[in-house]
Design a protein. Structure first.
Length: 115
């Protein structure tokens, strides 16, 4: 089992910044990919950004140039730096960790961007 603990969400004005953190514990040796998804009520959860243990990243087109994903393998932690936030970025952000055959999710952290 892998446990994921998120932090860093909150309320920010449009144009502002937030940094999300997610620390993994447990059977972390099995984890390759970590990242962030987000979900708004009534819509499917969508990928925001992922990063592999080797540093390969995937980033959603709508956040490219504004969001940066990074990972500290020594701390088993993944970060999402979110700049130039827009109201449409408002969502619950979920940390994700995957081993290739098992997926793990954090409890979610609310990000609200006011206009």
């Amino acid at each position: 089992q892998v446990q994921l603990v998120e932090s860093g969400g909150g309320l920010v004005q449009a144009g502002g910044s937030l940094r999300l953190s997610c620390a993994a514990s447990g059977s972390i040796f099995s984890i390759n990919t970590m990242g962030w998804y987000r979900q708004v009520p009534g819509k499917q959860r969508e990928l925001v950004a992922t990063i592999t243990a080797g540093g390969d990243t995937t980033i959603r087109n709508s956040v490219k140039g504004r969001f940066t994903i990074s990972r500290d393998n020594a701390k088993n932690t993944v970060y999402l730096q979110m700049n130039s936030l827009k109201p449409e970025d408002t969502a619950v952000y979920y940390c994700y960790a995957g081993s290739g055959y098992l997926n793990y999710w954090g409890q979610g952290t609310q990000v609200t961007v006011s206009s």
